[in-house]
Structure formats: C-alpha cells, structure tokens
Design a protein. Structure first.
Length: 72
C-alpha cells in the first residue's frame, strides 16, 4: 500500500476504503508486540475511512480504484 496518497480509494476483498492520512510508526506498536516498531522500520502506516464495508481475507489483493487527483 505504500505510495497511496490521501483521497485515493482502494478495494481489499469486499471492502472499499479511502486514504485519510499517511502515518508514521508510533509508540503504540510496542503495546501490540514487543519490538514490533523496530521490525516495521522503513514502513509507514495508512489511516483510512471505510467507504463500503465487507469481508477482507488473508491474501486479498489491494486494487486501486481512484487516484488522489480523480478523487477531488
């Protein structure tokens, strides 16, 4: 998912999402699992809003629906 920008929409499984913001790793990751923040070094998170809910399964692909310029 790296490379998606705010405003872009994408589909995973049956769900459709829109990127709200690109995030940096936070200290909360250590509460999930010790050393997780270090393991994710060099990667960023993405905050999204759900446009259309649905089932997401392991290994579902990410399909870009619109670019940020098309979403405006």
């Amino acid at each position: 998912m790296n490379g998606l920008q705010p405003g872009e929409q994408f589909r995973i499984g049956e769900a459709r999402l829109e990127v709200s913001a690109v995030c940096t790793r936070c200290e909360q990751l250590e509460k999930v699992r010790s050393r997780l923040r270090k393991e994710l070094r060099g990667r960023r998170g993405t905050l999204c809003r759900v446009i259309e809910g649905g089932t997401i399964r392991h290994l579902d692909s990410v399909e870009r629906i619109s670019s940020a310029s098309n979403a405006l």
